[in-house]
Design a protein around this ligand. Structure first.
Ligand code: C6P
Length: 405
């Protein structure tokens, strides 16, 4: 059975009609839909086990703590981290990258460099801009080639500046490019830099093994991988995480507090001040169980087939430009495109009238848009529940766009 046939009955929202047409949801890179298993796990938690975690001795407090911490164990196994202490729960990728930029930013000195790339999402640009600002440090970027991949020769040259941090997306949310993060992390380490990987578009679609990648930090969001909004993960290699001073304070991140000083808690709680997203952790655990039951390799294969079909079908439509690698084996599950003479927002609105949801705009990657010389693009993105028929419906509707205007 095809993966979409197997999974679709689990996603109640996919039964909706949009403008009188069956919903064709091709915007999972912005946020995926949720299976019943995730929705029910969260409802069950609130109905039977909710209390705050790590502070109450009563039964509900212990049950909630147990559920929250078992989600951490599950995440550890899911991404191949060496220990549970390396898993910090955040509010999402953006939050994880800000946490890092705030903590590392405090250690930057005049003349230090932080290296990002031209294809980064604003979440992996702005926090570093803020970190270098006022500290006399500099932000540099690895250029993107005409094929939509990183210019690794330029990366090698930029490493000669001995940056303190190299921060790079695992998978671009626009081009779909899968970056060689293992090699990038190794070269960053040789140059004395910390490596930070933005895994927002990788974790939902590829098997990720942070130990094998050898990066220092890896951030991702639950809501793009069938889980709830409001929670994400920041993986930190034990020694790298231990070397960071927490930049955010509050309850639970301390062991002992005096009025003028405090002793930090152990890892990972040192980086989790305040009441964490507990129900969301329960939902994330259910999402990981769901993904693992399907099998990450099988998911990647299904989405590669959809991406390949979309690349082929859209390339055959006159006046369509596709951005990023044309080879589905080198790409995540996104296809960004434009139709000559049609603004991407108009394209998305016309597709929506047919029940087809795609994203249009700059995709929070304005430096990349500038590099591509466009104001924005339309973008179709795929998940476990999408079918080849939906890809064909997209291509058919895109072919009719000019006549629909
Ligand atoms: N990209 C998209 O439509 P948050 O919002 O914190 O969960 O994820 C931010 C983020 C960081 N890095 C990459 C590569 C991303 O793709 C995203 C989110 C969505 O492309 C929403 S802008």
């Amino acid at each position: 059975m095809r993966l979409d046939e197997l999974t679709r009955p689990d996603f109640p929202i996919l039964g909706r009609l949009i403008n009188g047409r069956p919903l064709v949801y091709l915007d999972s890179a912005a946020s995926s839909q949720k299976p019943r298993q995730v929705i029910e796990a969260m409802a069950r938690y609130y109905e039977t086990s909710h209390a705050n975690v790590h502070r109450s001795i009563h039964t509900l407090g212990e049950e909630a703590t147990e559920l929250y911490e078992s989600a951490r164990d599950r995440v550890q196994r899911f991404i191949g981290a060496a220990s549970r202490e390396e898993i910090v729960f955040t509010r999402g990728t953006t939050d994880g990258l800000n946490l890092l930029a705030e903590a590392i930013g405090r250690t930057l000195r005049p003349g230090d460099e932080v290296l990002i790339t031209e294809m980064e999402h604003h979440s992996n640009v702005i926090p570093w801009q803020m970190a270098v600002r006022d500290r006399g440090a500099a932000l540099r970027a690895v250029p993107v080639t005409g094929d939509g991949v990183l210019d690794l020769a330029a990366f090698a040259r930029l490493l000669a500046g001995r940056p303190r941090v190299v921060a790079v997306a695992h998978v671009s949310n626009v081009l779909g490019t899968i970056n060689p993060v293992r090699e990038i992390a190794a070269r960053a380490r040789e140059a004395g830099a910390l490596s930070v990987v933005d895994g927002a578009q990788a974790a939902p679609h590829l098997p990720v093994d942070v130990s094998a990648l050898g990066c220092d930090f890896y951030a991702f969001s639950s809501h793009k991988m069938l889980g709830p909004t409001g929670i994400g993960v920041l993986y930190g290699r034990r020694a790298a995480l231990d070397a960071l001073e927490p930049a955010r304070g509050g309850g639970e991140m301390i062991k002992e507090v005096w009025l003028d000083r405090a002793q930090w808690n152990d890892l990972p709680w040192r980086f989790e001040p305040g009441t964490p997203p507990i129900a969301e952790a329960v939902g994330l655990l259910a999402a990981i169980e769901y993904l693992e039951k399907l099998g990450l390799e099988r998911i990647a294969e299904h989405e590669r087939a959809l991406t390949r079909a979309a690349l082929q079908a859209l390339a055959a439509v006159p006046d369509v430009t596709i951005y990023g690698p044309r080879d589905a084996d080198r790409k995540g599950a996104v296809v960004a495109f434009n139709v000559a003479g049609i603004h991407p927002h108009d394209a998305a609105a016309l597709l929506d009238a047919e029940g087809i949801a795609v994203r249009a705009g700059h995709h929070c990657a304005q430096p990349l848009m500038r590099r591509l010389g466009v104001v924005g693009t339309a973008r179709a993105s795929f998940s476990v529940y999408n079918s080849p028929e939906e890809v064909a419906a997209l291509a058919g509707a895109v072919a009719r766009l000019e006549s629909m205007l």
